[in-house]
Design a protein around this ligand. Structure first.
Ligand code: SAM
Ligand code: DTB
Ligand code: SF4
Length: 333
């Protein structure tokens, strides 16, 4: 049912191109805030119920990441160790060659991943980058893996070229609620993120879009990020929820750590508002106990980044994750 837009929604409707579902009132911000504020057990119960309607609750999908072009990025995302604005010790490199990528994809497949996600520290790819990445996508697809890329902003034409090469998913995160965006990144605006997602969607590539929590935001701001994602029309097929990995040298290093129970609440609200999406328990698992990760799965997370490295930072190794999933009787896909 359509309800009167809240003041915040009105601001969004005037500032941004409103996703269609938002104008149809798919989720009001007030409703998402109400969800995130539910008593913890009620929230998890609701998320579990919805999870079980749409997925096998004992199954988790595995995506392996590879940084195909690391560091030296002109953007100033204040969480990111790959930005050239900060001294983090990450060396800038050229794009990896095809054979190195093939080797990494074979290893990922051997270890049980179903999707291989290639990341590049670009503001946006150039024409010649797209040609190279298209070649890499073909290699990944040739190994019978799903292919995902995250290369920064993407034009409609570049999205179509990647689709032609066989790309299954494109990852581009909203990262924050629209109100907080300019506190975190100044070298681009929120609308550019939305435009990229639209180009990806229109090219017929599945959308992977989520955000980062633990950047000093409050609970309402986490609800606002989920609200924004849930009101994309249609909402993303894949929703990575990252807990900030604090890297020395980045402006966000030293931010007060988020209470893990707040992270779990965010996952639960993503599950409830985007019932058919793969909700990915993403960056930050290396510092999470097994019990917290188990509660994330309980709250509806059903995908992880799998392999001992994210892009530049660490992640639990294959064996450790296999052992955890085994303890929880979780099958993988
Ligand atoms: N350059 C491209 C872009 O920004 O779209 C692709 C790579 S970028 C590293 C992909 C995503 O990784 C970011 O949007 C952000 O959500 C996530 N990310 C980067 N650094 C992170 C950190 N320190 N902790 C958690 N997530 C992070
Ligand atoms: C996403 O949402 N998280 C991944 C992936 N998409 C590309 C990246 C996490 C990066 C963490 C910091 C690093 O390793 O550099
Ligand atoms: Fe560059 Fe992406 Fe890092 Fe931002 S998140 S600095 S765009 S690599």
């Amino acid at each position: 049912m359509q309800t009167q837009p809240t003041t915040e929604q009105q601001v969004h409707l005037h500032t941004y191109k409103a996703p269609v579902a938002q104008t149809l009132g798919a989720w009001s911000l007030a409703k998402v805030v109400e969800l995130i504020n539910l008593p913890f057990n009620d929230l998890l119960f609701k998320a579990q119920e919805i999870h079980r309607e749409h997925f096998n609750p004992n199954e988790v999908q595995l995506s392996t990441l590879l940084s195909i072009k690391t560091g030296g990025c002109p953007e100033d995302c204040s969480y990111c160790p790959q930005s050239s604005h900060y001294e983090t010790g990450v060396e800038a490199s050229k794009i990896m060659d095809v054979e190195e990528v093939r080797k990494a994809a074979i290893e990922a497949k051997k270890n049980g991943a179903s999707r291989f996600c290639m990341g590049a520290a670009w503001r946006e790819p150039k024409d010649r980058d797209i040609e190279k990445v298209a070649e890499l996508i073909k290699v990944v697809k040739g190994l019978d893996l799903e292919a995902c890329c995250t290369l920064g902003m993407l034009s409609a034409q570049h999205a179509a070229s990647l689709k032609d090469a066989g790309l299954d998913y494109y990852n581009h995160n909203l990262d924050t609620a629209s109100d907080s965006y300019s506190d975190i990144i100044t070298t681009r605006v929120y609308q550019e993120r939305l435009d990229t997602l639209e180009n990806v969607r229109n090219a017929g590539v599945n959308v992977c879009s989520g955000g980062i929590v633990g950047m000093g935001e409050d609970r309402e701001s986490r609800a606002a990020l989920i609200h924004q994602l849930a009101n994309l029309d249609p909402y993303p097929e894949s929703v990575p929820i990252n807990n900030l990995v604090q890297v020395e040298g980045t402006p966000l290093y030293g931010t007060k750590e988020l209470d893990p129970l707040e992270f779990i609440r965010t996952i639960a609200v993503a599950r409830i508002t985007m019932p058919k999406s793969r909700v990915r328990l993403s960056a930050g698992r290396q510092n999470m106990s097994e019990a917290v990760q188990a509660l994330c799965f309980m709250a509806g997370a059903n995908s992880i980044f799998y392999g001992d490295k994210l892009l530049t930072t660490g992640n639990p190794d294959w064996e450790r994750d296999q052992a955890l999933l085994h303890k929880l009787d979780i099958k993988t896909s």
